[in-house]
Design a protein around this ligand. Structure first.
Ligand code: HEC
Length: 221
């Protein structure tokens, strides 16, 4: 049971709330702005002018050699003829490979497929990309793959702005893992068998337009 005066206070508050609301057609804007400083602020607007000197554009060219905070620059081939001499600068560690796998599975898998055999989920809606685990890419240098990922090739888009150079290099280490997994040497196979790995459930290679694709499995997708 509410005490008598509290009932009146609640009733008065309700009345204020009801009669305080604007009726239809009177106004559509909020009269009181709560914390307007997020909206009215000194920050520069894209393509606007400088708020100190209106003759200058708001967006300035950063000083030479400026790099973003926490960014590590890695070699970027600018001369295509020199790409083959660049080796992946990242160490091969479980963390780098896990990162490379995560990025490959986010950015490359849709076209190249989880095993990089060219059977990505987009195929056959898009031209089937070449497998990265057989043929020429096995001989490609790290720098060449880096350049393809950076600049794109044919139907493949460039990833220079989507992935920073460290991310691209991590992906290349992971592509090498997929290549090794698809082309195990006899000693790798012997070691796997000694470790008790069971290959009896392996599926035959998937059929591509040019016959079976080595290292790929006939998993429907
Ligand atoms: C939109 C689909 C698509 C995505 C996403 C994609 N690629 Fe490609 N990729 C292609 C196609 C198509 C080709 C063949 C291009 C050509 O030579 O005409 C190709 C070619 C390549 C080649 C060269 C193969 C060769 O034999 O010349 C490499 C290496 C490669 N891609 C790596 C990657 C990596 C790594 C990623 C992820 C960062 C990636 N691609 C993302 C479609 C894609």
């Amino acid at each position: 049971m509410l005490p008598g005066c509290l009932v009146w206070i609640v009733a008065a508050a309700l009345g204020l709330l009801l009669f305080g609301c604007a009726g239809p057609g009177t106004t559509t804007t909020t009269q009181i702005e709560y914390q307007p400083d997020m909206y009215v602020q000194q920050s520069v607007r894209p393509l606007g002018t400088d708020h100190v000197d209106a003759s200058l554009p708001a967006m300035r060219v950063p000083p030479a050699h400026t790099v973003p905070v926490n960014y590590t620059p890695f070699p970027q081939p600018s001369d295509v003829s020199g790409v083959d001499s660049i080796v992946d600068p990242l160490p091969i560690t479980p963390a780098v490979l896990a990162k490379g796998r995560q990025l490959f599975d986010n950015y490359c898998i849709v076209c190249h497929g989880p095993l990089a055999n060219g059977l990505g989920y987009i195929v056959p809606k898009m031209t089937q990309p070449p497998p990265l685990i057989a043929g020429a890419p096995l001989q490609f240098s790290d720098g060449r793959i880096f350049t393809i990922v950076t600049q794109g090739q044919g139907n493949m888009p460039p990833y220079q702005t989507e992935l920073d150079s460290a991310q691209r290099w991590a992906i290349i280490h992971y592509v090498r893992v997929l290549q090794l997994a698809a082309n195990p040497s006899p000693s790798d196979m012997a070691r796997a068998q000694r470790a008790g790995m069971d290959f009896s459930h392996d599926l035959p290679p998937a059929e591509g337009p040019n016959g079976p694709i080595p290292g790929s499995e006939a998993i429907p997708h």
